[in-house]
Every structure is written in structure tokens, then in C-alpha cells.
Write a protein that binds this ligand. Structure first.
Ligand SMILES: Cc1ncc(COP(=O)(O)O)c(C=O)c1O
Length: 410
């Protein structure tokens, strides 16, 4: 029997799901002599291992709680956890109830569900250039067209966005942003630009998807109100009148492996998303949600403080190393929080070519910038992560990279 030709049976939506060649290079990172700035993951030293063990033990030692934790549960999510999140949102200018909250399997699932709910093939998603690669991967399955979101409006009018979307056979359906210490740029959107984005979304009659993965990890400077809180304020404190969809996560503040994220929005959207959750995986793990509810109560604040202290030191080390080691013509962002900085290389140096040579010649790795663009790709960019390498490795790794860039600069 001949093997099935799978390409004949794949749906058109799978066509844009491809592994990248960068992945192949990044597979080499397990080699111990490579200093890697490629990751985007928390330092495992921050994981509250004992608190997780204690929480699991307490839940499973109590027959009533154990039965609940190991049973099927409602798609909306574990009520005490949603209450805790509603309280956190309230403290940050978003009065809401558990009915405004859906627990998701990481915020990544939230992005998938939102695209599933909002995008018909050919519709337009507005995304920044560059933006979070995982969001593009989630959105791609629903066959959108992308247009470049310029949060301060730039010189693109709402009418121009709408006309371009219509010409492509669809409508503009949402604007997606990572407003705080963005992945990949480390840049934070100013309050003025958040307001302008809301103006744009109002004119286009679309929602704003606010991906707040890094919001809690601010090392310095004034906190900027979330887009959802500004939207609530515009609407007399009533979340039901807002257009912003807030995606939160415990992955960067507590632990990613329990896979607990959340969406906060007006109830008509949440109710529809609950049906999507039901169809997708019924509910997030009850045991994990119950553990997370305990962690949130007992260790959230302390863990966020520890993460901020550790990552601030590493951000400082990276900024100092870049200043000391990068040749003229290289520029980088100065993040006030989060995990990343974004480096612009001299014209003519391609980030992917630099990665191949950096691994071969200097044993250093990072992510080339091109992967983060849906539109207007700039090849002369790279993303550096500072949550994983030690201070010592940051100095050594950046010295090596600076040396190589100097060799490649005409
Ligand atoms: C901007 C952004 N959004 C969402 C996610 C997904 O995180 P999780 O699904 O673990 O909540 C990430 C992960 O790196 C991210 O950087």
C-alpha cells in the first residue's frame, strides 16, 4: 500500500502553519558552551516549588477537595480563582465580576480562541511590526490578512484601514497589542498612544486585544494604566460598555507549566468564549486551577517582587554590556520591565545570517527579528532575552556578539 499523501487532505487553514528554519538552528542550544539570549522563558529559580507541593498536598489530602480537583468542572473556570483575578483587576482600575472572566490554558489559548471567534478567512487583523510571534502563529490558522498597526495612528486613517480590508475581501476585525515591555521589543506604549489606539478602534468599530503577559514585571518608571482600564474610565466605570479584551497569564509571574491564563471582557464576549472553551477542551485542569488559586493568595506578590529584582539585575547587566561591547551603528531599546530588548543592526547585516555565524564562530544565540513581522519585515534586527542568562554570561555573550558584529560591519 502506498503511504497517504497528507498534503491532499490538509485544510487550507493549515497552509500557513510551518516550522521555521530558525527553529532548526535554535535546536543547537542544548550544547553547553553556547550562551543563549534566544529563550523567552522565566528563570526556573523563581518557581515556587515548595508552595506548589504544599498546595497540591493540601488539596489532595482533603477528600472533598480532592474529588473536586480531579473531576470535570465548568468551562468558565474555578470560581475562587476568577474571584481572585477579579479582585486583582479591580485594584488595577478594572471593576469586574467573575462573569467577566474566562480561565484559559495559558494566554496563548486565549489568543487562539479570540482569533477563532473573530476572524473569517480574508478578514484583517491589525498587528504591530514587529509583534509577538506566538500571536501570529495563533492567528494564522484562521487565514487573516494583516495590516500594520501604528498605535499613535501614524498617517494611516481609520478609513484607509477599512478600505484596504474591504479591497482584500474582508473587514478589519481587531487590533492586537502587547502594550507593556513587549515581546519582542521591550517597548511600552504610552498612555497617550493607548488612548489613540482606543480612538482608532472606536472609529473602526472593532475590539482591541490587550496582551498583558509582562505587565506585572515593571522594574522602574511609572506604571501605565492598562488599555482596558482606560476603556472602562471612558465608559463611566462600566466594563460592559468596553471594547478591550484583556489577556492575562500567571506564566511570567508564578509558573508557566500549570498553563493558567485568563481573558477579561464584557460578558457577551465572555459567554461566547465559554462556548469556544467548551468545544475546545471543556475546561482547564481543575487541579491546576485550584493550586493556582492557593498560589495566588499566598505567593503572588512575593514572587512578582523576586522576579522583578532578578530580571532588573540582568537587564542592567545587558544594558551595560551592550554599551561596552557593541560597535557604532548598533541600537537597542531600554526596557523598563519584561524579558527582552530589541537590537537594530547596521544596514545590510541580516539577523538570520548573524545567528548562523554567531553559533558557529562565537557560540552565542538569539532570535533573528524577521520572524516577528507579519508586515514590513526588517531583517537587520534581533531579539535578546535577559531572563535566562546569568549576569556573567550576559557580559561574556555580548562581548562575543559585539566582536562578530564588528567583523561583519563594512
Ligand atoms: C506576549 C506574549 N503573549 C502570550 C504568551 C503566552 O504565554 P502563556 O500561554 O504561557 O500565558 C507569551 C509567551 O511567551 C508572550 O510573550
Amino acid at each position: 500500500m502506498t503511504a497517504l499523501d497528507w498534503s491532499h487532505v490538509f485544510a487550507t487553514r493549515s497552509e500557513r502553519m510551518r516550522a521555521s528554519e530558525i527553529r532548526e538552528l535554535l535546536k543547537l542550544l542544548d550544547q553547553p558552551d553556547i550562551i543563549s539570549f534566544a529563550g523567552g522563558i522565566p528563570d526556573p529559580a523563581l518557581f515556587p516549588v515548595e508552595a506548589i507541593r504544599d498546595a497540591q498536598h493540601a488539596i489532595l489530602s482533603d477528600p472533598k477537595q480532592a474529588a473536586q480537583a480531579l473531576q470535570y468542572s465548568i468551562s468558565e473556570g474555578y470560581l475562587p480563582l476568577r474571584r481572585w483575578i477579579a479582585d486583582l483587576m479591580g485594584k488595577n482600575g478594572v471593576p469586574c465580576t467573575p462573569d467577566n472572566i474566562l480561565i484559559t490554558c495559558g494566554s496563548q489559548q486565549g489568543l487562539d480562541f479570540l482569533a477563532k471567534m473573530l476572524l473569517s478567512p480574508g478578514d484583517t487583523a491589525l498587528v504591530e511590526a514587529p509583534t509577538y510571534l506566538g500571536a501570529l502563529q495563533a492567528f494564522n490558522c484562521y487565514e487573516p490578512r494583516y495590516d500594520r498597526l501604528i498605535p499613535d495612528g501614524g498617517n494611516v486613517t481609520p478609513a484607509a484601514y477599512a478600505a484596504a480590508a474591504e479591497k482584500a475581501g474582508g473587514r478589519v476585525k481587531f487590533a492586537y497589542v502587547v502594550p507593556d515591555f513587549a515581546n519582542p521589543t521591550g517597548i511600552t506604549l504610552s498612555v497617550e498612544n493607548r488612548e489613540k489606539l482606543l480612538d482608532l478602534a472606536t472609529e473602526l468599530a472593532i475590539p482591541v486585544i490587550e496582551d498583558s503577559a509582562y505587565q506585572a514585571l515593571r522594574f522602574e518608571g511609572e506604571a501605565v494604566p492598562s488599555i482596558l482600564s482606560l476603556d472602562v474610565a471612558r465608559n463611566g466605570g462600566d466594563i460592559e460598555k468596553t471594547r478591550t479584551v484583556f489577556c492575562g497569564t500567571f506564566s511570567k509571574t508564578l509558573v508557566p507549566a500549570l498553563r493558567i491564563g485568563w481573558i477579561v471582557a464584557a460578558t457577551p464576549l465572555i459567554q461566547k468564549l465559554v462556548l469556544t472553551k467548551q468545544a475546545g477542551d471543556l475546561h482547564s485542569s481543575t487541579l491546576n486551577q485550584m493550586v493556582m488559586a492557593r498560589l495566588a493568595e499566598t505567593t503572588y506578590d512575593a514572587n512578582v517582587a523576586r522576579a522583578i529584582a532578578l530580571y532588573r539585575t540582568r537587564r542592567d547587566a545587558l544594558m551595560a554590556a551592550l554599551a561596552a561591547s557593541m560597535p557604532k551603528g548598533v541600537e537597542w531599546t531600554k526596557p523598563e520591565g519584561g524579558l527582552f530588548t530589541w537590537v537594530t543592526l547596521p544596514d545590510g547585516i541580516d539577523g538570520a545570517e548573524l545567528l548562523a555565524r554567531a553559533i558557529a564562530e562565537e557560540r552565542v544565540a538569539f532570535v533573528p527579528g524577521k520572524a516577528f513581522f507579519a508586515t514590513d519585515a526588517m531583517a537587520n534586527t534581533i531579539r535578546l532575552n535577559f531572563s535566562s542568562p546569568t549576569v556573567e554570561d550576559i557580559g561574556e555573550g555580548i562581548a562575543r556578539l559585539g566582536r562578530l558584529i564588528a567583523r561583519m560591519t563594512p
